[in-house]
Design a protein around this ligand. Sequence first.
Ligand SMILES: [Fe+2]
Length: 288
Amino acid sequence: MDQSDTPSVRAFYHKLSGAVQYVVSDPVTRECAIIDPVLDFDVASTHFCTGSADTILDYLCTNSLRTRWILDTHAHTDHVSASSYLGQVTKAPTGIGKGVLKMQSLWNDIFKVGVHRGDGCQWDVLLDHGDSLKIGRFTLTAVAAPGHSSGSVSYLVGDAAFIHDTLMMPDSGTSRCDLPGGNAIALWHTIQSILRLPQATRLFVGHDYRPNGRKARWQTSIRAQAGTNVDLVGKDLASFVALRERKDRRSPLPQLMLAALQINLDGGRPPLSETNHSTSVQYHGIFQ
Ligand SMILES: [Fe+2]
């Protein structure tokens, strides 16, 4: 297959959180989508910086790419989404899975974390299972992928699948399911449907924590996952769930969880210092 017939994928690894941000583009029309961008957050000063997002903007500029969509796969608990910031700069619409509505309601009930409205109005589009968007000649399709969170979606574009917090690289296993809205049984079924994708599918994971200090990696394959993923080999539903729950009992809560949820469930908009006197929050970046 000619390379121009497949979407180009560029990954941006965020070292601090281990998150992987993506730009998927049509090499012919130069249209692209940004998936799961990260806004840098300095815990000590509670200031936000746009360095990582600006690196993506530099890439778009250098490669003459036009942003059609800015998408998140779910409301992240370990980092702050840069979707709102990138939407302001590029004027591209933002989107997330429709299941975010349940997550807004769930976290509002639990922590009253400051979601201003629970109707999803913070995004331009809420994607249901099977909904699709155009990126140049390619169709991006949202696929429900519950497990890590109830509202998670994967995005399929040509032969590329952005599977976020489902499978990690084969030596790292799978993503946690113990936070509210998570469910290890649902994750097992989501993983089975990922493994049923065409064998040649390029899988792009949402995080890499570099076990044993190895170099960061984010692209994997159906064959590698089915044959060597440390959480899957020799497992059936029951033994996978038992393993996942055992691992989750040992996992500390993400350091940024409450701040990240407060912001991400509000579409990635940091609270303003005038309205939240406990923090002084502002953007810092080259596009100010
Ligand atoms: Fe996540």
